[in-house]
Design a binder for this molecule. Structure first.
Ligand SMILES: Nc1ncnc2c1ncn2[C@@H]1O[C@H](COP(=O)(O)OP(=O)(O)OP(=O)(O)O)[C@@H](O)[C@H]1O
Length: 259
């Protein structure tokens, strides 16, 4: 289920603007990797290139290679919709389809991929996905109610259930807790810890305590100034990044001296 990601010499452009330059990184399966760094250093931009989500932005393009267990995501003939079914994404604001039932929200990705599924298999998938997102017990008696009736934290777990239902190998999360209260944040962090048993998880976070709590490895990105490209500065075990980083800029950032 879980796969490794190898990125080589990746540049990301918005039109002529080079937003992220020269990223080389290998992300292990069954691990959680955090991307941290000051605003505008390209964390979200880079994250989106890992499942070709940047392609929905006109003019956004990449140079370089992203391999999923040795398969080039940008190879000719590779369909970005298929890529996104292998590499799911959870966004900053929970975005369930508001008028759709909880059940149909979980199944939305499957339907998008035109998969035919029997009622019994759909019921099983809804239950296992909601279990996997630690939401089943809270919603099992109201599966036919709209997703918008849930709390923010529950909605975010519903979005995670929708991502899991497609059976991805990788889950990308772009600041998944930034719109949530502390209790819901802890629920998502617990869930991230469980998700790594089955998936490769990559999370962008502004919260350094969160990076320290949930991730095995941390990638620190930085930017030399406005208009300059973001770069990956240091990538190491999270414990090392937070206690004994090699680069001064990393140390300054994690100790709160800038950003
Ligand atoms: N759709 C877009 N079109 C043009 N430029 C963009 C677009 N999205 C982001 N950028 C630019 O790319 C650079 C990197 O932005 P990005 O949002 O990836 O940074 P970030 O590190 O995720 O920031 P934050 O922590 O504030 O979310 C910034 O200079 C930003 O202005």
């Amino acid at each position: 289920m879980s796969k490794r990601i190898d990125v080589t010499d990746l540049n990301v452009y918005y039109g002529n603007f080079l937003a992220v330059e020269g990223v080389n990184i290998s992300i292990e399966p069954k691990s959680v990797t955090a991307f941290i760094g000051p605003s505008g250093c390209g964390k979200s931009t880079f994250l989106r290139t890992l499942n070709r989500m940047h392609e929905v932005i006109p003019g956004a393009r990449v140079e370089g290679k992203v391999m999923l267990d040795g398969d080039n995501l940008y190879g000719s003939g590779v369909d970005p919709v298929t890529v996104r079914s292998h590499i799911g994404m959870v966004f900053q604001r929970p975005n369930p389809f508001p008028t759709m039932s909880i059940r149909d929200n979980v199944l939305a990705g499957i339907k998008l991929n035109n998969k035919r599924i029997s009622k019994a298999d759909a019921d099983d998938l809804v239950e296992s996905s909601l279990q996997g997102a630690n939401l089943w017990n809270e919603v099992k008696d109201r599966l036919d109610k709209p997703g918008s009736g849930l709390s923010g934290g529950q909605q975010q777990r519903l979005c995670i259930a929708r991502t899991i239902a497609v059976k991805p190998e990788v889950i990308l999360m772009d600041e998944p807790c930034s719109a949530l209260d502390p209790i819901s944040t802890l629920a998502i962090e617990d869930l991230i810890n469980e998700l790594k048993n089955d998936y490769t998880v990559v999370i962008v976070t502004h919260n350094m305590q969160q990076a320290a709590r949930v991730s095995d490895k941390t990638a620190f990105f930085n930017i030399a100034g406005t208009g300059k490209p973001g770069k990956l500065i240091e990538y190491e075990d999270t414990a090392i990044i937070f206690s004994n980083p090699s680069v001064k800029a990393t140390e300054d950032y994690v100790s709160g001296r800038f950003g």
